[in-house]
Design a binder for this molecule. Structure first.
Ligand SMILES: Nc1ncnc2c1ncn2[C@@H]1O[C@H](COP(=O)(O)OP(=O)(O)OP(=O)(O)O)[C@@H](O)[C@H]1O
Length: 312
């Protein structure tokens, strides 16, 4: 399976929700859409699942040598932002009904359902009405409903929302199992620590536009956070002494001997170290690896700064 999205845009009356967004997803990948509230993630998802059409651009999907200009329903498993199952029906009735709507026989649906109920430890509760379940358990049933028919492409709008940390980890396991079963997954999320563990590729958006895209490593390489280091000196230094150095963008004291420094864009690490050595002997040099949460915040700060420069 391969999905190629080329320069899609979507406007709702006055709001330009998505602007010229392109990406590609290959078979078996987990792909994360990230960005603040209103960035355009759900708008992209609604176009991918065919609920709305892009104003411009194209969505192409290839599967088993067939090519489509939309994602065919039989290939798609979808967890919508507004969850929708029948609260007065049991878990089993909900799941079997939906699986059969997707064309599964009752026997095949039962096999798949039993498998997933066991994964989520819901086997004993199969006859409970949905409304009797906690929010977390309802969410698990929603997730099962999205994948029971073994779709090639699973699209999940905020699968972690409303779940406690233990249940969030269960959803991480669930997503890894989908990948292990050969499914391709697109998800939107705000939980960077979970996405960091899971996603092969990610797209970071703001105000409908792509700000950063790639693997965690390539996003690190594009970010200034990559160029942070913790250094120790044999003698005490003042903030002023370090701020004088042209090679440093930011300086923060961890203690009088130890500092967290961000390098300016243009300087090399070795040139920076040369400048530091002129101040005092170095007892420690440790490059800091930024996590996705820090990368996200840095990218957002940079985007906002750019926006305000443009509007001045
Ligand atoms: N049906 C609609 N009619 C008008 N405006 C809409 C509609 N759906 C979304 N928007 C607007 O489009 C922009 C993008 O919204 P979208 O729901 O795609 O963002 P999101 O990234 O999914 O946000 P969240 O993280 O809060 O779910 C927002 O400004 C939103 O108000």
């Amino acid at each position: 399976m391969q999905l190629i999205v080329t320069a899609i845009s979507k406007a709702y009356s006055k709001v330009q929700a998505v602007q010229q967004v392109s990406f590609q997803i290959n078979s078996g990948e987990i792909f994360a859409l990230l960005g603040p509230n209103g960035a355009g993630k759900s708008s992209i998802i609604r176009m991918l699942v065919g609920m709305t059409k892009p104003d411009n651009g194209s969505i192409m999907i290839s599967y088993q040598d067939q090519h489509y200009d939309h994602v065919p329903r039989r290939l798609l498993g979808y967890l919508p932002e507004d969850r929708g199952l029948y609260p007065d029906k049991s878990i089993e009735k909900n799941l079997l009904y939906l699986a059969q709507l997707h064309g599964l026989s009752k026997a095949a649906a039962l096999i798949e359902m039993n498998d997933w109920l066991a994964v989520f430890e819901l086997t004993d509760r199969r006859h409970d009405e949905l409304k009797q379940l906690s929010k977390g358990n309802q969410q698990k049933v929603q997730l099962i409903a999205a994948v029971l028919h073994r779709p090639a492409l699973v699209i999940l709008d905020e699968p972690f929302s409303g779940l406690d940390p233990v249940n969030q980890e269960k959803v991480v396991d669930f997503l890894q199992q989908l990948k292990a079963r050969g499914m391709t997954v697109i998800l939107s999320a705000h939980q960077m620590a979970l996405v960091e563990k899971l996603a092969d590729h990610m797209l970071l958006m703001a105000q409908g536009q792509v700000i950063l895209a790639g693997t965690l490593q390539s996003i690190r390489d594009q970010s200034q956070c990559q160029r942070q280091m913790k250094v120790g000196f044999s003698t005490e230094l003042s903030l002023h002494q370090l701020q004088q150095l042209e090679s440093l963008a930011t300086v923060a004291a961890l203690n009088p001997h130890q500092w967290l420094l961000t390098l300016t864009d243009s300087v090399s690490v070795s040139d920076c170290l040369q400048q530091l050595l002129q101040l005092a002997e170095l007892t420690q040099v440790e490059m800091q690896v930024a996590d996705l949460h820090q990368l996200y915040l840095a990218a957002m700060a940079k985007h906002q700064q750019y926006k305000s420069e443009v509007s001045v």
